[in-house]
Structures are given as structure tokens and as C-alpha cells.
Design a protein around this ligand. Structure first.
Ligand SMILES: NC(=O)c1ccc[n+]([C@@H]2O[C@H](COP(=O)([O-])OP(=O)(O)OC[C@H]3O[C@@H](n4cnc5c(N)ncnc54)[C@H](OP(=O)(O)O)[C@@H]3O)[C@@H](O)[C@H]2O)c1
Length: 259
């Protein structure tokens, strides 16, 4: 059995593509991965945001490129991977993180709203994972993919029927791909964050009702973005080389609930 390198969390020599890198968790992850030595391809639809982040990280010495990518479009995903490869070579690590929320009650969701959540959160995650894996297999390279699911992929909640269903699909997709791609040297794991204040939920979580809700959770607060870093680095790097197909809650015990 080969020993692990002295710092198995070091990502020098790796190329990571982060989707949903224009805000929130993805923008934060991009900085963390760059700090750990990876070359980073930032992907999302809002290119101006990506370019501002790429400039900032570049000034800190990171190798970063900004790529417009709409995960609901096969052409857009393929073209962004082409550009990422042209910049830094084969993408061997993916933070598959783009997602949208819909906090409507089930009876208020229409066809369009349901499809928007599914096409971004399920089809988009599948499409990006597939594009990465096809290219890794063609290049005969190992890789690691970390999908951002949610604790709502593990448990239901009122007014989350489309979002929670989409994240449960991400959890199950993660396990199926891990099983199939293990022999190709590609690991697939999922992060299941609890509640972290981002553009997706800021209005609710900073409202009186949101603060009162957070106070009922075991940790009595939202998570802070750096509290996701250790799990991301463990799953993505060689430190987690025997961890495959897990869906890891990072939630201060929120998903355990209380009977
Ligand atoms: N915040 C939480 O409490 C929490 C908890 C559990 C899981 N999550 C998950 O964490 C991930 C990141 O969410 P966040 O909290 O950081 O929210 P956010 O700030 O709203 O970020 C969402 C990101 O997804 C991107 N995105 C949305 N649709 C896209 C599309 N069609 N193509 C490409 N990119 C797209 C957005 O970029 P553009 O609009 O520029 O395309 C944005 O960068 C999501 O998957 C979310 O479900 C969040």
C-alpha cells in the first residue's frame, strides 16, 4: 500500500472546476481550493462576477480562469470544459456546486418551476459529472468529484418539495456514479450542507422568522462558510482517497432532528 504524501490535502498539480462559482458557497470554495494549490476554473452564468473573483484570486498568486457555463445546456458545459482544458489541461477535480432553490409550497409549484429546479440541480449536476468523467477516462487519469447536495436531500421539509427531491436525486446519483466509476479511479462524493447564509436564502434566514427557525436547530445558528472547508478538502483530495460514495452532512446536527 502506498503511503499518503506528507500533506495529502495539497492540491498542487491539480485542476479543479467549480460550478456555481459566481456567489456563495462556490465562490468561497474556489478561494479555498486556490489557497491549497489547485489551478481553478470558475464556472457560472454571471461572467462579470467570475472575472472579478478571478482577478482577486490572481492578485493573491492563484492560477484561475473564468468560464461562462450554463449547466442546463449541454453545449455550454462542453464548451466550458474545452476552454478549461485549453487553459490548464484536463480537469481532474470537480466541485459540482451550481444549484437553485424554490421555497414554494407544493401546491404552488407549476411545471416551469419544477423543471427549472430539476434541470439545474439534477440534470446539471449529472451533465457536469459526465463531461468530467468522459474526459478523465479518455485521458486515463484518476479524478474526484464532489457534488453539493443538501441536508434536504436526506430529510423532507415543508415548502421544499422540488428542491429536496432534486437534492435526494443528487445523493443517489453520487452513490451510483461512485459505484460505477470506482474502477476508473474516479471518486464521487456529496456534501450535504445545513443552512449557510448566501444569496439563495439570505432574505429568509436574516428575517425574524428565519432567525427564530435557526434558534430551534441543535447548533442554534447557521453554518459559516469556512466550516465547509475541511469536508470539501477531505472528499476532493488524496486525503480522502478511500472515501467514495458518501453523502456527508455538515450541519451542526441539524439533520438529526428531534423526536
Ligand atoms: N446556502 C445553503 O444553505 C445551502 C445548503 C445546502 C446546499 N446548498 C447548495 O449549495 C450550492 C450553492 O448554493 P449557494 O448557497 O452558494 O447559493 P447561491 O449563492 O445562490 O449560488 C448558486 C450558484 O449556482 C449558480 N447557478 C445557478 N443556476 C445555474 C446554471 N443554470 N448554470 C450555472 N450556474 C448556475 C449561480 O451562478 P449564476 O447565477 O451566475 O449562473 C451561483 O453561482 C447549491 O447547489 C445549493 O443548493 C446551499
Amino acid at each position: 500500500m502506498s503511503t499518503l504524501p506528507p500533506n495529502p490535502f495539497d492540491l498542487s498539480g491539480h485542476h479543479v472546476l467549480v460550478t456555481g462559482a459566481s456567489s456563495g458557497i462556490g465562490a468561497h470554495f474556489a478561494g479555498v481550493l486556490a489557497q491549497h494549490g489547485a489551478r481553478v476554473s470558475l464556472a457560472a452564468r454571471r461572467r462579470d462576477r467570475l472575472e472579478a473573483l478571478a482577478d482577486r484570486l490572481g492578485q493573491e498568486g492563484a492560477e484561475v480562469t473564468a468560464l461562462a457555463m450554463d449547466v442546463t445546456s449541454p453545449d455550454s458545459v462542453r464548451e466550458a470544459f474545452d476552454r478549461a482544458e485549453a487553459a490548464f489541461g484536463t480537469v481532474d477535480l470537480v466541485s459540482n456546486n451550481a444549484g437553485v432553490a424554490d421555497a414554494r409550497l407544493a401546491l404552488e409549484i407549476d411545471e416551469e418551476g419544477w423543471q427549472q429546479v430539476m434541470s439545474t440541480n439534477v440534470d446539471g449536476v449529472w451533465r457536469v459529472a459526465m463531461e468530467a468523467a468522459r474526459r478523465l477516462v479518455a485521458a486515463r487519469q484518476p479524478g474526484s468529484i464532489v457534488n453539493t447536495a443538501s441536508i434536504l436531500g436526506l430529510r423532507p421539509a415543508i415548502s421544499q418539495s422540488s428542491y429536496a427531491t432534486s437534492k435526494a436525486a443528487v445523493v443517489q446519483l453520487t452513490k451510483n456514479l461512485a459505484l460505477e466509476w470506482s474502477r476508473k479511479g474516479i471518486r464521487v462524493n456529496a456534501l450535504c450542507p445545513g443552512y449557510f447564509i448566501t444569496e439563495m436564502n439570505r432574505d429568509f434566514l436574516t428575517s425574524e422568522r428565519g432567525r427564530a427557525y435557526l434558534a430551534t436547530t441543535p447548533a442554534q445558528r447557521a453554518g459559516e462558510l469556512p466550516e465547509l472547508d475541511a469536508a470539501l478538502l477531505l472528499l476532493l483530495s488524496d486525503a480522502g482517497r478511500f472515501i467514495n460514495g458518501v453523502a456527508l452532512p455538515i450541519d451542526g446536527a441539524h439533520s438529526l432532528g428531534n423526536m
